[in-house]
Design a binder for this molecule. Structure first.
Ligand code: ATP
Ligand SMILES: O=c1ccn([C@@H]2O[C@H](COP(=O)(O)O)[C@@H](O)[C@H]2O)c(=O)[nH]1
Length: 243
């Protein structure tokens, strides 16, 4: 429960998209325990502030369908492997957040009932209202999509006030800052600007969904301690994207 002296959060319900790739930390593949513990602590800080937290996690630390298809694999099979990779990541998040004493439910878009619940929107909302963290796994359940699109979709479906993309960069730049050292960061931009300039931080399908459904998006650096709490308390960290 939030303490009397803590600032009141600006957002009631958020959807946090975590990059799968960032879960590797300094590893070349898989999940770094220190990153998981850090992420769990960030999520707990938002829950303790009284915010409802839903999470969508990527799978790029394990498999991406596109990469597997480049190596000759059937694309749909590769995408299915990518979606199952996100289930693995979701279970890791569930474990690390539960170890901090919170309740968590994983809901998968692909039926896998021995390990988690199916995605059922009304049930997800009920979990959130009961203070549980809900981790949406298996993306949209369909090949040829990404977990950015799944995050946009789930954010809209659950009526989130804000979608957050926690990633390896501290916001949206005029160009990919890993490739162009002269790139400069936007504090705020519109979806149309991001789409027209083809700014690569989030896929275009997800951008269009957020724009059309008027979902606010904030892109920020996942490694920055305390950033999630500061954002839910209204601080302008990273880049804000709106209609
Ligand atoms: N204009 C831009 N501004 C900021 N980042 C950009 C831009 N263009 C491309 N990027 C790249 O986008 C990446 C963000 O994508 P990230 O890898 O976090 O997402 P993802 O592909 O959805 O993650 P994953 O698949 O691992 O879950 C950054 O690491 C950055 O290199
Ligand atoms: O709706 C979806 C979401 C994801 N995939 C596949 O999973 C991997 C991992 O997701 P990232 O967003 O790249 O982290 C993705 O590359 C796709 O292969 C999917 O098919 N459908």
């Amino acid at each position: 429960m939030p303490s009397d002296s803590a600032p009141a959060p600006v957002y009631k319900r958020i959807l946090l998209k975590l990059s799968g790739e960032a879960l590797m930390g300094s590893l070349n593949f898989g999940i770094a325990p220190d990153v998981m513990n850090f992420v769990a602590g960030e999520i707990k800080s938002a829950i303790d502030a009284g915010v409802q937290v839903a999470v969508v996690v990527g799978g790029g630390n394990i498999f991406r369908g596109e990469g597997l298809a480049r190596g000759g694999m059937d694309r749909v099979t590769g995408d299915q492997m990518g979606m199952l990779a996100t289930v693995i990541n979701a279970l890791a998040i569930q474990d690390s957040v539960e170890r901090l004493g919170l309740e968590v439910r994983v809901q998968s878009a692909i039926r896998i009932n021995e390990v988690c619940e199916d995605f059922i929107r009304r049930r997800a909302v009920s979990h959130l209202e009961n203070g549980r963290v809900v981790v949406f796994a298996a993306g949209t359940g369909n090949p040829f999509f990404t977990t950015d699109s799944a995050a946009a979709l789930r954010a809209v479906e659950i009526g989130a006030d804000l979608m957050l993309k926690a990633t390896k960069v501290d916001g949206i730049y005029t160009a990919d800052p890993f490739k162009d050292k002269t790139a400069t960061k936007y504090e705020h931009l519109s979806y149309d600007e991001a789409l027209n300039k083809r700014l690569g931080v989030m896929d275009q399908t997800a951008m269009v969904m957020c724009r059309d459904q008027k979902m606010k998006l904030r892109v920020y650096d996942m490694d920055r301690p305390g950033a999630l709490l500061r954002i839910v308390n209204g601080e302008p960290i990273g880049t804000l994207v709106t209609v």
